[in-house]
Write a protein that binds this ligand. Structure first.
Ligand code: HEC
Length: 260
């Protein structure tokens, strides 16, 4: 097996290893903050802010599939405010897309008669229901992240994460690892998972089940980052190549410091 061009960490100058070490330390800290950021921006979307769940991820990209505030209120505390037949009219209006024309013709009269006694602004703690715009606010369905938001975050991630893994895996190329295919898999994985991660955002917006692809992509990327970080740091400072391997790159072959 040819090892031309492969230099193990132990063959690198102290100053180069210092550059690599400090870069890994700062990028490792950055990764921890990225994890915190993921937690703070997603945990709690499903009503439980103690942890982050697949449901949180689904809601972030796809939106909530549970009822709108209006329907939830009419099934719950507001159920007794109007007869069943009128309630059905409102449900039908929401299901058919909450259009303004239908609101003006079918829903507004009901709301005026049944709801405005309280929802006319006299009580500032309950939603105003005096106009189409006001009622729309309690009907708006949570549709998750918008496409422009996803596009913005996509390009930032594609550029930013590629930079980070270019640096980390360039450092990691100096590690000795067998089988070689495993080393290659660890290197390739983050570049593949950034693509699957980002495409899964759009798929999740459409089909919520793809949240699992986002989670799997993130997990694989994290495993790869951790493996590259730990193996690089360890081999840079605490590892001695086995003697039978040393000739294959532990020492600069071009300088002939080890010959056989
Ligand atoms: C007798 C007074 C009264 C009437 C009439 C009334 N509401 Fe309410 N409504 C309240 C109060 C008080 C609250 C806040 C407390 C609660 O949610 O139980 C509320 C809350 C709501 C909420 C917000 C729930 C949330 O998630 O915060 C909606 C939506 C709502 N009402 C819709 C309606 C509709 C539609 C009607 C007419 C069919 C109606 N209400 C009639 C008193 C009223």
């Amino acid at each position: 097996m040819s090892n031309r061009g492969f230099f193990h960490f132990s063959a690198l100058p102290m100053s180069t290893r210092m550059v690599y070490t400090m870069t890994l330390l700062v990028l490792g800290t950055g990764y921890l903050f990225a994890m915190l950021q993921v937690f703070f921006s997603h945990a709690g979307l499903d009503g439980n802010d103690k942890n982050i769940s697949a449901q949180d991820i689904r809601i972030a990209y796809h939106g909530s599939e549970s009822d709108t505030r209006l329907v939830a209120a009419l099934k719950g505390p507001m159920a007794g405010m109007l007869p069943e037949s009128e309630r059905a009219v409102i449900f039908k209006w929401v299901d058919s897309g909450a259009k303004q024309e239908v609101f003006e013709s079918d829903v507004k009269p009901i709301v005026q008669e049944r709801c405005l006694a309280c929802h006319d602004g006299s009580n500032p703690h309950i939603p105003l229901l005096t106009s189409f715009d006001e009622v729309s606010k309690v009907v708006a369905r949570d549709t998750g992240a918008t496409i422009p938001t996803l596009v913005r975050v996509s390009h930032i991630h594609l550029f930013g994460i590629t930079f980070i893994f270019f640096i980390v895996s360039s450092i990691f190329t100096h590690a000795y690892m067998r089988p070689l295919w495993l080393k290659c898999v660890i290197i390739v994985l983050p570049f593949l998972t950034i693509l699957t991660d980002i495409f899964s955002w759009y798929l999740t917006k459409w089909i919520p089940g793809f949240a699992w692809f986002i989670i799997a992509s993130g997990a694989l990327m994290g495993i790869s980052f951790t493996a590259q970080w730990v193996i690089s740091m360890w081999q840079m400072w605490f590892y001695t190549l086995p003697p039978d391997i040393e000739e294959c790159g532990g020492v600069l072959p071009v300088l002939g410091r080890k010959s056989n």
